[in-house]
Write a protein that binds this ligand. Sequence first.
Ligand code: UDP
Ligand code: MG
Length: 358
Amino acid sequence: MVEAPVISLVAPAYNEARNLPELLASVVPVLESLGEPWEIVFVDDGSRDDTIGCLLAARSQEPRIKVVSLARNFGKDVALSAGLRHARGRAVIPIDSDGQHPPELIPQMVARWRAGADMVVGVRSKRAEEGLVRRTLARSYYGLMRRMTNVEIPPNAGDYRLIDRKIVDVINEMPERCRFMKGIFAWPGFKTEFIEFQANVRGGGRSRWSLFKLWRFALDGLFSFSTVPLKIWTYIGGLAAMGAFVYLLITLAQTLIFGVDVPGYASLLIVTLFLGGLLLLSNGIQGEYLARIFEEVKGRPLFVVSRTWGVDEPAVRAPAVSSASAAASEAAASPVAAATAATAAPLPSPPPSRDVAS
Ligand code: UDP
Ligand code: MG
């Protein structure tokens, strides 16, 4: 019988066949050095290269490597959420498969966790490669987020962190389809500590971040964690109405004192266009929230698993399929119904259906 893992690494992988051997070569010795039972849960996010072949080859050598294969590309944040659902460790560490997250940090994270931290967040110490504009934008964005939301999202912190089981359970209960992970990680709270690290350059392949994607990502964060952009229009509308009233008084006074005057066409046009612009903007922002509500009410599963190797059936259903056997446990198209778990998790003990590994 295989021991229940204490440390789980969760690694989403999309077209990472080139980087996986190197990652495994560096990460496995580090895990071995911890002296605890461990597992690595790889989530193949619908890769088009031989990522799955690589993972299965690695698994045939090392059964503590487990694989969840998603039915298509769902995006990194969803892949990571899928991995969190399948991980069984008391501490879970998401790590990128592209070699950017140095595994040497893991023992430090585990030490802090042993010393009582519930979340140990890896903070990237230098972003020199990113240029001044991006860094300034990032800084103002986090400032804005701090003021507009009630979750404290640490700047320069990504997915690389250690998360205690009790927080993982809360995250697994969070049903939203918009997976803004920085916010989702920060939302449950608990005792959080930070360690700095220097991100490596990407081993091979390409990163998915274009400037437009970053912009959408920033908006996603704002709209899924704050309702300020929605509510602010009450005040903007109030101000506009007040401005109009003042202008009315001025015009009235002018008319009474200086007689009737036909004011310029330009001012009329400017005011009309300005108000039209404001209205469209407010409509657009309502649209952003409406689209999110639409996504949420459809209640579709967050991801679709095509097949798993070595992991237990995730939450929600029981009984679990026999897990640690080397044989593939078929979870054919088993949707993980995030929506069914909408109620808050009873903490700190996880719901029984999930606690398969202990
Ligand atoms: N990834 C994924 N699905 C995607 C895109 C990326 O699972 O659709 C994985 C990718 O294989 C890597 C991690 O997410 O392990 C981070 O991706 P990337 O390096 O592109 O992002 P960055 O490091 O620039 O944030
Ligand atoms: Mg990367």
